[in-house]
Design a protein around this ligand. Structure first.
Ligand SMILES: [Zn+2]
Length: 329
């Protein structure tokens, strides 16, 4: 408990503030949910929703659990996307390209662990050498993470679509491989995102949170043939490793959260999907969290873990569940 939190609690107990006070009502133009009909509720909820589970009966090679590591290689794009970067924030982010990425790839390659790197196109354009670092082992996958980490959920269809097309063609040109997977920069969708992903031929998506297991995405109540590899904020290094916030978590504590997630995934035979960032987890004291997780997994479950890229896992569960190809809308 922080000192500030204790102070707030004491304030809350002071006699003058005991009387319940009406909270200000947020003013928006939205019609509140209690004025909706069930038709409207269903329409909104079903626009993009988890469909059938794609949990396979078994993982490859007798593995009991799948572990999928991903790295969102944002670097300077997070500072650039709103158009008001500062020199300090750009330098903090450049650490990911100069130091963090190599440290992470070295760790993965030492353990022969594959991973998926979701890269905003501008990030790769600023530091093209990153493609070689990632591709060297031949084990890793590169996926789309917007053009400049734009807040896709706030953009009109035409702009979101144009940026995504640009990102695909630039990543394809830089790496020689057309990406098959998408992770939304905002971990959120606009009303058009799913249609755009389907139009552009993506095979899997990894930004939503409705399950621990892979599932099919449904659009307006109908199957899409698109595989969702779900994420979660507790399985993301960014919120817990913010050194300027009240809630900075020691990396060894974060490792314990991830270890507990792995242990339960192992027990249930499902999968662990972890999101990290080179400019965050690539720091000397923070890479300890990933090192501890890998050490735990390797000692607890030797030979019982399927380490895979997101793309490999998506194709495996697609095949195992007879999902067929993504359905052209
Ligand atoms: Zn990102």
């Amino acid at each position: 408990m922080t000192r500030r939190f204790v102070f707030r609690c004491l304030l809350a107990l002071a006699p003058s503030t005991v009387v319940a006070q009406a909270q200000p009502v947020p003013q928006t133009n939205a019609k509140p949910g209690w004025q909706w009909t069930m038709d409207t509720v269903n329409k909104v909820v079903n626009a993009v929703r988890a469909g059938r589970s794609l949990q396979p009966k078994a993982w490859p090679n007798g593995a009991r659990v799948a572990v999928l590591l991903s790295f969102d290689v944002d670097n300077e794009t997070v500072a650039l996307r709103y158009g008001e970067p500062t020199v300090g924030s750009l330098s903090q982010a450049q650490y990911g390209a100069r130091v963090g990425l190599q440290r992470i790839v070295d760790l993965l390659d030492a353990h022969k662990i594959p991973a998926t790197f979701f890269i905003p196109s501008v990030s790769l354009d600023l530091t093209p050498a990153m493609a070689g670092v990632i591709k060297k082992s031949g084990r890793h996958e590169i996926g789309v993470h917007g053009w400049i980490h734009e807040m896709n959920s706030t953009l009109p269809d035409s702009i979101e679509r144009r940026l995504l097309k640009k990102a695909i063609s630039e990543l394809t040109a830089a790496t020689g491989v057309r990406p098959t997977g998408y992770r939304a920069p905002s971990w959120n969708f606009s009303p058009n995102t799913l249609s755009i992903l389907r139009d552009l031929g993506f095979r899997y998506e990894s930004s939503l949170m409705a399950d621990d297991r892979p599932y099919e995405l449904n659009q307006n109540g109908k199957p899409t043939g698109l595989v969702e590899i779900p994420v979660e904020w507790t399985l993301d290094d960014a919120p817990l490793f913010d050194p300027r916030g009240d809630r900075y978590s020691p990396p060894r504590d974060v490792a314990q959260v991830w270890i507990d997630e792995f242990d339960r995934a192992y027990k249930e035979g499902t999968m662990l999907v972890l999101t990290m960032h080179p400019h965050i987890s690539g720091h000397r004291s923070r890479i300890v969290a990933l090192e501890l997780l890998i050490a735990h997994i390797e000692s607890k479950a030797p030979g019982k873990v399927w380490w895979a890229t997101h793309g490999e896992a998506a194709e495996y569960v697609r095949k195992q569940n007879g999902l067929g190809e993504p359905i052209v809308p």
